[in-house]
Design a protein around this ligand. Structure first.
Ligand code: GLY
Length: 345
């Protein structure tokens, strides 16, 4: 259980998808439910989940979006509000987010804002969503070119994770999630980092999911609304979001951008004596195992400019997450001039 302002359970298992309807019944009596999913996940799991819930007397409707970051926009949010409204969803009903981070964030924000709050169950189907975005209550859409610029903190009522969902992921999507896993390892756990360095990934998949979720839970329990400690979960992300924004959310995935962002920060940290020498190379070696990029040909001045909308900026100050060594994170409060100097030196 996550002891947040509104506590919720996270259920993790392997090959438990067939029991999802049974699990739902143990939390909700039959009522209206909207399953938000994308076209790919609908074919794989959405239809059968809907059929199972209908057999259990739930009144189910499906809202489908196109896969990909570009779907996390205000037009889809408006369509979803219309859909919920036309279906007559009340605060007694609920939403299921069945999919990756895009589905979870969009459905989560709709749940947070429609009728000022409708219950939501997160069913993350990608590694990235299982280890990170489905837990912790951050919901958002992209807006005005900025990543996650409009959103809310809104805890789910329940998270259900089946590690076997990852079997149907494309290798590239799996590797995207590994960037977030390596974020946890680099910023919080040297032992997790070593384990990933030295193991066959399939052998430790469930353990990885569990360890990342436990790490995230421990952080959101002390700083649910991202005032300080939780910012460390954004290691590499300020740069990542700037790269995604520069690329207009095309041709680069979130995980790839995070991979580049983490290496960028470690390299700059080494230059400024804030990070132990050699740590960037250690991370690069592991990222390459997952075919993740470690640099990008964008002028650093553009990265700086595109990072200024980051939510870790407060007026003329920017908080940067650095890593003194693998397994540790530290927050650095810089003026914008100092921040510019840190990024561009
Ligand atoms: N994904 C970072 C956070 O949840 O704070």
């Amino acid at each position: 259980m996550v002891r947040a302002s509104r506590p919720y359970d996270i259920l993790i298992g392997r090959n438990i998808f067939d029991s999802f309807d049974r699990i739902i019944v143990s939390y909700f009596s039959p009522r209206k439910v909207v399953i938000v999913t994308d076209e790919t996940v609908f074919e794989l799991y959405g239809k059968s989940l809907s059929d199972d819930l209908k057999k259990r007397k739930f009144n189910v409707k499906i809202f489908k979006i196109k896969p990909g970051e570009q779907s996390k926009n205000i037009d889809n949010l408006t369509l979803l509000y219309d859909f919920l409204n036309n279906f007559g969803i009340t605060r007694n009903d609920f939403i299921i987010a069945l999919g990756g981070g895009v589905v979870g964030d969009l459905a989560g924000f709709a749940a947070a804002s429609f009728l000022r709050g409708v219950s939501i169950v997160q069913m993350p189907t990608t590694l990235l969503a299982q280890v990170d975005s489905s837990v912790g209550g951050k919901t958002a859409i992209n807006f005005g070119g900025g990543k996650n610029l409009v959103g809310a903190f809104y805890n789910p009522s329940l998270v259900i994770c089946d590690a076997d969902f990852l079997k149907t992921l494309q290798f590239k999507t799996f590797c995207d999630g590994m960037a977030e896993v390596l974020k946890y390892a680099t910023a919080f756990s040297a032992s997790l980092f070593e384990k990933i360095q030295n193991s066959k990934i399939d052998d430790i998949l469930e353990e990885i999911i569990l360890r990342c979720i436990i790490l995230k839970k421990s952080i959101v329990e002390i700083d649910e609304n991202d005032f300080r400690e939780r910012m460390k979960l954004n290691f590499g992300h300020t740069i990542a979001h700037a790269i995604e924004k520069y690329n207009k959310y095309e041709n680069i995935t979130h995980g790839q951008a995070v991979s580049i962002g983490m290496v960028y920060i470690l390299r700059q940290g080494e230059k400024f004596g804030l990070t132990k020498k050699g740590e960037a190379q250690k991370l690069i070696n592991v990222l390459k195992k997952f075919r993740l990029p470690v640099e990008i040909n964008i002028p650093h001045s553009e990265i700086f400019m595109n990072s200024l909308l980051d939510k870790k900026r407060r007026g003329n100050k920017m908080t940067v997450v650095v890593s003194p060594k693998i397994g540790q994170a530290r927050l650095l409060d810089l003026t914008l001039d100092e921040y510019k100097n840190f990024l561009l030196s």
